[in-house]
Design a binder for this molecule. Structure first.
Ligand code: FAD
Length: 401
């Protein structure tokens, strides 16, 4: 008898942890599992800001997928998914190959939301993937080199759009990492300008007042120019224009103003609500019993009006439940409802301090930064045990980029 085929699309947080959970749950020979991802590496999205100014080594952010999975239990396929044929139960890959499935998990993550702001798609940089973050690093170095030729101050002006968690983490990293980078490239650090633009009246507007005040104070002490309550109107290769019509000459705008579900899934015949794949309480795509979805590309309603936010925390809690439900489906057993438990959120602000909330406790300062490290270490531990933490921090494994 043919073994059931389980195919997982995307090896981000949701996809890789689901495949690791399946390795534990499935009996030998019970199913064939294939994990498909467009790159050979899995990256720690929540640490991408560290790539931008080179405060972390590539190997700490991106790690080879074949080293993370058990090749006897999971087949890894490096390929880009182009579509899924739900009737034929086939995944179509760029290049023309197809992969048949009996059970499918769609965990293809997010895209950056530009809200149609003119010039952003064409000219702004995104902090979306390992490659897009490396592109920012390369842009900084390029502008450093060009500055040496023409001394144009706009080359040393770096603008971050969005003062949410990701924007704040990026700004902190910029401020802490820039002096070293300038020194390495013989650039006068005092000429570098870091500007933050946030449309709301403060940074991290969804946080308690004391966290907002703490973050604002830290960023200002870092000499970051904070502009709040103003929207970006447009962006060209040489400048950013903000409300009411202020021009900020810059060659580098990093757009960090929100995400949406991966739009690649929109034309596959799946139920799309608010731009994402609508799933039921078992993480099954609505009305399609053999297709599951989780993480940023899916829409899980926590009540009638509100959906779960696109966070790593959600994807990581969904993955083991999804794996259990895929196994239960193929065994003809009953499925488990997914319940989300919010554990808190913490953002680093540079290398030494952080801000956030864990349970009912607001954290800031060194404790905040420490908590962020604990969260990241716990993820690495779940992914590959203590040996992965050692490899990542002491450079045994190489980034396969
Ligand atoms: P992803 O992790 O995005 O994985 C999707 C995978 O699919 C990727 O490997 C991608 O390469 C692959 N893929 C995409 N398209 C294709 C295709 N066509 N073919 C093949 N493969 C494809 N959340 C938190 O909870 N805490 C934080 O501190 C935090 N910080 C963040 C900081 C930054 C800079 C960013 C960008 C996000 C942050 N988030 C944070 C959000 C978190 O990273 C996402 O919610 C999480 O990555 C979602 O996991 P996922 O598995 O749905 O998607």
């Amino acid at each position: 008898m043919n073994k059931p085929k389980i195919v997982i699309l995307g090896a981000g947080y949701g996809g890789i942890i689901t495949s690791k959970s399946l390795e534990k749950l499935l009996k030998s020979g019970e199913a064939d599992v294939t994990l498909i991802n467009k790159h050979e590496y899995h990256y720690i999205t929540t640490q991408l800001h560290k790539t931008v100014v080179g405060t972390a080594a590539d190997r700490q952010i991106a790690m080879s997928i074949p080293n993370l999975i058990n090749p006897n239990k999971t087949r890894f396929l490096q390929a880009t998914v182009s579509s899924v044929d739900l009737n034929e139960q086939e995944v179509h890959l760029e290049g023309g190959d197809t992969v048949p499935y009996d059970y499918l998990l769609v965990s293809l993550g997010f895209e950056v939301e530009t809200y149609g702001t003119p010039g952003i798609k064409e000219n702004a940089f995104e902090i979306r993937s390992f490659r897009s973050s490396k592109a920012i690093y390369n842009q900084i170095i390029k502008q450093f080199n060009l500055y040496k030729q023409d001394q144009d101050p706009s080359r040393l002006t770096f603008v971050v759009a969005g003062g949410g968690f990701t924007g704040v983490e990026l700004l902190g990293e910029f401020a802490d990492g820039m002096p070293k980078l300038c020194k390495e490239h013989n650039i006068p650090f005092e000429k570098v300008k870091i500007v933050a633009i946030e449309a709301a009246s403060s940074v991290i507007p969804f946080f308690p007042k004391q966290s907002i005040e703490y973050t604002t104070e830290v960023l200002e002490k870092m000499n970051i120019e904070l502009i709040t309550g103003r929207k970006i109107l447009k962006c060209s290769p040489e400048m950013v224009v903000i409300e009411p019509n202020w021009e900020i000459p810059t060659r580098t705008l990093i757009w960090s103003c929100g995400v949406k579900g991966n739009t690649i899934v929109h034309n596959w015949g799946l139920p799309i609500v608010r731009g994402k794949i609508a799933v039921d309480s078992y993480l099954r795509v609505k009305n399609i019993n053999n297709v599951f979805s989780l993480g940023d590309c899916s829409l899980f309603m926590k009540d009638e009006k509100n959906a779960l936010a696109p966070t790593a925390q959600v994807a990581l809690q969904q993955a083991p439940v999804c794996a259990k439900n895929i196994v239960a489906s193929l065994r003809g057993e009953s499925l488990k409802k997914f319940e989300y438990h919010h554990k808190g959120s913490v953002a680093s602000i540079g290398l030494k301090v952080g801000v956030g909330k864990v349970g009912s406790l607001s954290l800031s300062g060194v404790i905040g930064a420490f908590m962020k490290l604990v969260i990241e270490a716990r993820y690495l531990f779940n992914l590959g045990g203590p040996s992965l933490i050692i490899k990542q921090h002491f450079g045994v494994d190489r980034a396969p980029i």
